[in-house]
Design a protein around this ligand. Structure first.
Ligand code: HDD
Length: 709
C-alpha cells in the first residue's frame, strides 16, 4: 500500500472531508481502461491520423478525423495564464489541529474547537520567476494556506518574510514591474539583481526593511519545510462578546529555519532546478511529514495606537519581545497531490476568504489585496474558479450566482433570485452562523494619506540587521555585493551604497568597496543599536537538533569497508535521515575482501557525476584501502569533499578515508594532525581507527559560519 493510500485510510472524520470530496471527482488510470474521446467513445488507435493510402504509399490526412483534431485542440489549449507573481510553486495537502482554544479573542470554530481537524492545502512559491524557473533563487517564498473549514474556506496568503515592500496596494504594479525581468529584453529571470529593482527600491524608501530581509539568508531557504510562514498583513479576530483584536498569523517550522549558503543556491539553480519541489515531495512520500506550530500575536482594539509603529503598516513586524506569539495549533502536510495542474496550479487563494470570527483590518495593503486576488482568478481560471475541485469548500455553497464559463454546479428549481415567493435560500442569521461585520464607527476626511508613523522606514530595518548573528550579517553584505554587481548603471549602485549608511555604516562601507561605489565615511542615520528576538534565524530552532529527513551521501568505491558502511547506514536510518550511496559508477560496487561477483556488492543510488554535493546535507566516507586509492585519484570525489566543506556541511570519514579528507583540505586551510584527528575544522569528524560501535548513537547536523559566500 502506498503512503498516500495509507494516509487516505488513516483519514477519518473532518480532515477526511476534503480528500473524500476530491476522490469523488478523481479517476485512476488503469490498464483495464480503453482510450476514448472526451465524449466517451472508445477509439481504435491513438497513433494514426485517418488518411487515404494506396499501394503502401502514405496519402493525405483527412480533416474528418475528429478524434485526432480533438487531441490537437485539447493540446493547443493546455496552458492557462500563469500567475503574474508566484508563478512557480509546489503544493501539498495536510491538516490543521488546534491544541488550545483562542475563544477569548475569536468565535471562529477553526480557532476554538480543539476536537476538530481541519483539512488544508498549502502552496509554496517563489515570486519573481516564471513557472519554469529554478527553486533555489534569491527571492521571497510564498506560503499560502487554504483551510477547508466547516464554515467556509479560510485562506492565509502569506510569505516566509513577515513584512512587505510596500504599504499601499496601489503601488503593487510598480514593485512587481521593477523586480520582474526588464521590459526591453526580458532579463533577468527569477532575480532581483538588476538595475530596475535597485533603482526602484532606492527611490522607494518604504521597501528598505523588506530588502534587508531579502538580502538575508531567509531568501535562500534550504527547504520549504524549514521556513517560517507569516500572514504579513494585520487581520482582526472577533469574540463572542463582539470585542475585536488585531492579529498577525505565524507558522513556525518544527525543523527550525535553515538556509543554503549563496554558492550552494546558485549552483543548485542549474544542477537541480526542482530542488525544493522534490524535497517537499520526497519528505511526504517518506512519511517525514513537515509540521509547523501555528501562532497568533494579538493586540486589543483599544491599544491600536500604543506602539511607535503603525500596527496596520505591512512594512513593520510586531516585535516578539513586546507582543509574544501565542502558539495554539499545528499544521502538518501529509499527502502529495495526485495531479499538479488541477491541484497545485488551479488552486486559487484570496485574502478575503475569511470565516465568521476572523476579519480584515484597515491595513491599506490588505484592503487592495482582497480586490486583486478575486480579480486575478477571473483571468486565470474564469468566473467559476471557486467551483474547481481544489477550491471548492467542504461546506455547502448556496446562492444565486449563476452561469458563466465552465459552470459545474447544477441547481434545480424555478427561481434564481432572492427574495423569492418560496423563501428559498434566505440569508443566514447570526445564530445560524452568518458572517459578522462588527459595527464600527468611521469618520474622517476623504484623502490619499496614511498616519505619520507610516513614514518611518529605518527603525525596523536597523532592528532586523542588528539582530543578526555575525555570519548572517556577512551574508547580507555579500548578497548586496552580488546584487549591485549585476547593476551596470553607476547611479544605481552608487546610490544604494550610500543608502546602506542609513542602516549600518560598516555594512555600507563593505558593500561600497565591493561594488565600486563611493565608500561612505559617516552614518547618514544613527543606528539605534536595538535588537529583537527571533529575527535571527539562528534563534528559530527546535529545542533538540534533528537529522530527520536530511540527505546524507555515503561515498564509496571498490574495496570499501563494508562494516563501517553498514553501521553508518543503519545509524542514519534509525535517526530518520535519508542515506544515499554514491560511487564512481552506478553499477555494483564491491567491498574489500569479496569476489567481484554479481550481488556480492552494493548497488549505489547515484554516481559522482550524476549528483553533486549540493544535493546533500552531509557526506560520509567509509574507509577501505582500495576505495581510497580510487577516490583520491578522482578530481570529482575531491571536489565533492571540498565543496561540501565550503558549504558548511558536516563531513565524516573513517579509516583510510581520513586521508582523502586531508588531501581534499590541503588547500583549504583545514589542518589534520599527524594522527589524523581533525583540528581547527568545524563540522568535520574523523576516526582513523574505527570501531563499528563508535558509529552508533544520535547523529545531528550542524551548519554555522559563512561558507563560500
Ligand atoms: Fe500577493 C499571489 C503573498 C501582496 C496580488 N501573493 C500571491 C501568492 C502569495 C502572495 C503567497 C501566491 C498564492 C498562490 O500560491 O496561488 N502578496 C502576498 C503577500 C503580500 C502580497 C504576503 C503582502 C502582504 N499581492 C500583494 C498585493 C497585491 C497582490 C499588494 C495586489 C494589490 N498576489 C497578487 C496577485 C496574485 C498574488 C496578482 C498572483 C496570483 C494570485 O494572486 O493568485 O493577485
Amino acid at each position: 500500500m502506498s503512503v498516500v493510500d495509507k494516509v487516505k485510510n488513516m483519514v477519518s472524520g473532518e480532515k477526511g472531508r476534503k480528500v473524500a470530496q476530491l476522490d469523488s471527482v478523481s479517476q485512476t488510470v488503469s490498464k483495464d481502461d480503453r482510450i476514448t474521446t472526451d465524449f466517451g467513445v472508445k477509439q481504435p488507435t491513438a497513433d494514426e491520423w485517418l488518411r487515404v493510402s494506396r499501394d503502401d504509399k502514405t496519402g493525405p490526412m483527412l480533416l474528418e478525423d475528429s478524434y485526432a483534431r480533438e487531441r490537437i485542440h485539447r493540446f493547443d489549449h493546455e496552458r492557462i495564464p500563469e500567475r503574474v507573481v508566484h508563478a512557480r510553486g509546489a503544493g501539498a495537502f495536510g491538516n490543521f489541529r488546534l491544541f488550545e482554544s483562542a475563544e477569548d479573542v475569536t468565535f471562529a470554530p477553526v480557532l476554538t474547537d480543539t476536537s476538530r481537524e481541519t483539512p488544508v492545502f498549502v502552496r509554496f512559491s517563489t515570486v519573481q520567476g516564471s513557472r519554469g524557473s529554478a527553486d533555489t533563487v534569491r527571492d521571497v517564498r510564498g506560503f499560502a494556506v487554504k483551510f477547508y473549514t466547516q464554515e467556509g474556506n479560510w485562506d492565509i496568503v502569506g510569505n516566509n518574510i513577515p513584512v512587505f515592500f510596500i504599504q499601499d496596494a496601489i503601488k503593487f504594479p510598480d514593485v512587481v514591474h521593477a523586480v520582474k525581468p526588464e521590459p526591453h529584453n526580458e532579463v533577468p529571470q527569477a532575480q532581483s539583481a538588476h538595475n530596475n529593482f535597485w533603482d526602484f527600491v532606492y527611490m522607494h524608501e518604504e521597501a528598505t526593511h523588506m530588502y534587508m530581509w531579502t538580502m538575508s539568508d531567509r531568501a535562500i531557504p534550504r527547504s520549504y519545510r524549514m521556513m517560517q510562514g507569516f500572514g504579513v498583513n494585520t487581520f482582526t479576530l472577533i469574540n463572542k462578546n463582539g470585542e475585536r483584536h488585531f492579529v498577525k498569523f505565524h507558522f513556525t517550522p518544527e525543523l527550525g529555519v535553515h538556509s543554503f549558503v549563496w554558492d550552494e543556491a546558485l549552483k543548485l539553480a542549474g544542477q537541480d532546478p526542482d530542488f525544493h519541489r522534490k524535497d517537499l515531495w520526497e519528505a511526504i512520500e517518506n512519511g517525514a511529514y513537515p509540521k509547523w506550530k501555528f501562532g497568533i500575536q494579538t493586540i486589543p482594539e483599544s491599544k491600536e495606537h500604543d506602539f511607535d509603529f503603525d500596527i496596520l503598516d505591512a512594512t513593520k513586524m510586531w516585535p516578539e519581545d513586546i507582543i509574544p506569539v501565542r502558539y495554539i495549533g499545528e499544521l502538518e502536510l501529509n499527502r502529495n497531490v495526485d495531479e499538479y495542474f488541477p491541484q497545485t496550479e488551479q488552486v486559487a487563494f484570496c485574502t478575503a476568504h475569511l470565516p465568521p470570527g476572523i476579519g480584515v483590518s484597515d491595513d491599506p495593503l490588505l484592503q487592495g489585496r482582497s480586490f486583486s486576488y478575486f480579480d486575478t482568478q477571473l483571468s486565470r481560471l474564469g468566473v467559476n474558479w471557486q467551483e474547481l475541485p481544489i477550491n471548492k469548500p467542504v461546506c455547502p455553497v448556496m446562492n444565486f450566482n449563476r452561469d458563466g464559463q465552465g459552470r459545474h454546479q447544477i441547481t434545480k428549481g424555478t427561481v434564481n433570485y432572492w427574495p423569492n415567493r418560496f423563501e428559498a435560500r434566505p440569508p443566514a442569521t447570526l445564530q445560524e452562523g452568518a458572517y459578522l461585520d462588527p459595527p464600527q464607527s468611521v469618520q474622517g476626511i476623504k484623502a490619499r494619506t496614511k498616519s505619520a508613523k507610516f513614514r518611518d522606514h529605518y527603525n525596523q530595518a536597523q532592528l532586523f540587521y542588528n539582530s543578526l548573528s555575525p555570519p548572517e550579517k556577512s551574508h547580507v553584505a555579500a548578497a548586496f555585493a552580488f546584487e549591485l554587481d549585476h547593476c551596470e548603471d553607476t547611479i544605481v549602485y552608487e546610490r544604494m551604497s550610500q543608502r546602506l549608511a542609513d542602516i549600518d555604516l560598516e555594512l555600507a562601507q563593505n558593500v561600497a568597496e565591493m561594488v565600486g561605489g563611493t565608500k561612505p565615511t559617516k552614518a547618514t542615520r544613527n543606528n539605534h543599536g536595538k535588537r529583537a528576538k527571533n529575527l535571527s534565524q539562528t534563534e528559530v530552532q527546535p529545542n533538540k537538533p534533528t537529522i530527520a529527513s536530511r540527505r546524507v551521501a555515503i561515498i564509496i568505491a571498490d574495496g570499501f569497508d563494508k562494516v563501517t558502511y553498514e553501521a553508518i547506514t543503519t545509524t542514519l536510518k534509525a535517526s530518520g535521515a535519508l542515506p544515499f550511496t554514491i560511487a564512481p559508477r552506478r553499477s555494483e560496487i564491491f567491498p574489500a575482501g569479496v569476489e567481484k561477483m554479481p550481488r556480492n556488492g552494493v548497488q549505489p543510488d547515484h554516481h559522482l557525476e550524476g549528483m553533486r554535493s549540493t544535493m546533500f546535507d552531509a557526506i560520509f566516507v567509509p574507509g577501505g584501502a582500495g576505495s581510497l586509492e580510487t577516490l583520491r585519484k578522482s578530481g570529482r570525489a575531491i571536489h565533492w569533499v571540498r565543496e561540501a566543506f565550503g558549504h558548511l556541511k558536516a563531513i565524516g570519514a573513517t579509516g583510510e578515508a581520513v586521508q582523502l579528507l586531508s588531501q581534499a583540505f590541503a588547500l583549504s586551510g583545514v589542518k589534520l594532525s599527524n594522527d589524523n584527528k581533525v583540528v581547527e575544522s568545524y563540522g568535520v569528524v574523523t576516526i582513523a581507527d574505527v570501531a563499528p560501535d563508535s558509529l552508533k548513537g544520535t547523529v545531528t547536523i550542524a551548519k554555522e559560519g559563512t561558507g563560500f559566500l
